[in-house]
Design a protein around this ligand. Sequence first.
Ligand SMILES: [Zn+2]
Length: 724
Amino acid sequence: MKNILRFFMIITTSLLSTILIIMIIAVICSGLGIMFVVDTMENTTKISIPEAVKEKSSYIYSINNDTGEYDLIYKVTPYTGNAHIDIDIDTLPEYIPAAFVCVEDERFYSHDGVDIKTTAFAVIKEILRCCGIISPEMTGGSTITQQLVKNITGDSEITADRKIREIFRAVNLEKKYTKDEILEKYLNIIYFGQTPDGYNMYGIEAAAIGYFGVSASDLTVAQAASLAAIPTSPNSINPIVDYTANDERKKYCLRKMFEHGIISPFQYEKALNEKLITADKTSDSSLITLSEYPDDFKNPEPTTWVIDTALSEFCDYLCEAENISRDEAMNRFMSGGYELYLTVDEKIQSHLEEKYSDFTYFPENTAEYINENEELVVETAQSAIVVMNYKGQIKGIVGRIGKKTDSFGWNNAIDAHRQPGSTIKPLTVYAYGIENNLLTWSDMFNDTPLTAGTASEEAWPANYTQTYSEKLFTTNEALLNSLNTIPAQLCNRYGTQNIFDFTTSVMRLPLNENTDISYAALSVGATGTGPSLVSLANSYMPFGNGGLYYKAHIINRIKDSSSKRVYVEKDARKGIRVISEETSFIMNKMLRNVITDGTGKNALLTNKQNIGKTGTTEHYRDITFVGLTEDFVSAIWIGYENGTNSYAIKNTNSALVWKKVFGEFADNYVSDARFPECESVIYTDYCAESGMPASKGCTSGGKGFYKSDNCNYCDVKHKNLIRK
Ligand SMILES: [Zn+2]
């Protein structure tokens, strides 16, 4: 029996060893492959250590209306919100940097930035982790140089290509700097966790003060080992949060230091016996505290909506231009010496922020629901608004109602993707039909649902009144009454693919090709996810400026640290003609009727012409209004942010809220801007019977606007038939 057991053990052991050897060989081979590519690709991944003290602050400016000059609205330094004190490595006892080398990267002095042996083990560990054999926190395998790269770039996303780039960068860094320079910067930049009073500690000096109340140069061997134990998992393996876990790794570090001859047997023994007391557990007044350092160390005020929007756009640009992650782009802003000049109008912005400071202007809507933790949640309906001019310059933006408490938090105007409801109709069937001469102002349609083309073959869609009049409506009447039936018929007639292509590539409304090539999405705005509020407003712009699209943007220009202009978004500057002047003019007139005679009556202004469209999604889950004045394009959304999709927004008219929070401001905005005229469009009576421009003998049904190349006069032989 014993022999059989032994036999099996031998078999198992040798099998495992063989597998391990194969794995190691595979990993080493691929490691060599990487080393080979490094030389050929080094130019693409050049990196330099920013000199800590000279790291650049970044600034954001917006235009002051009164002076016409740019005002500084945001400044960020690499130290903002972080405790970060640079020190010279020469001031430290040798055992301090050595402690980090021992525990983080034993072969630091012999490798060229990447440790093939460590990388090989890391890959094996990764495989074991994937198989569930070891826990995630046991993996690692980055050299000190690689960790420095990660810290300089802020790129901590773990994907294969980023890992490979990190390796290239580490190798380049080693060619450029000495080991001591790399180690010094590493010790000055790495994250050491947070103190109980909220300081984020970066670098060994801040950590020494934060954890032990002493300068790094005064750390004992045991204290140094305790700090060296932290970077692997700063928020958990630190002596304040988990003394035992830290102690265990500290002992491991001390043993390594002893084995490498860094400390003597006597020092080793002494350090093992030293009882560490962290600064939070003593009232020793001789200790130094981080509160003696500058205010920059403390967490700054929450960022504004404008700053959040600007930095989101900055990251979009930098991610795309440099193929880096958002984290890295943000990190570059924080210490890269950028200057952003914004398009925001401070007067409009402060007006909107005032309206959004509390719920005064928003009818009260709350919903109660049970969340996934089976807790009762009471949620208040939220709102967002964006205002831009006809060049796509964002003049004001607010992402939520109420006091803003977080930096770079959720912004309903740019982050939320809600169903646009009926606000989608002008951008889909109506503009498509008119632009392509398939539809006129007064083409007539019966207000009846489709019975074909829907999955259930049931009558669809319902009008928002839940009734069908079975009466004839002109195109203009269907739009101003926001009927659902007629857009569905138009969708059926033109084809969903054609409408989808037009809406996404001509009107540039971002939709989802997996869910939105459908009647529901294109005729009533029941999209899968939905465009952002900014994108929705942006797509309406051509209806107010003669058919041109300028991409919405909040950054006018970006300067980098050398003060060269590095970024002017060409698309944003250059208007793109997306629909003809005639189509734009006719759409403008129809959207004007929405305000004067239709569902948008509550948005009617006194001094200015304005046009717009209401939108309500199924069961009043979201209500939206897109409002265009002669100066501005704007859109407002009201709805629930979280798990309350089945709750209705009650007693709220989006057109009215729009008027109260922005319309009245726009009404009194001093300017001589006017909606463009279009001389070539024909304004004439239409025939009450045929819906075509009226000829002699027709009974007039009203007046309409017609494109010059799609104005076919009535040729019906009338027998005194009266419409309806
Ligand atoms: Zn006629």
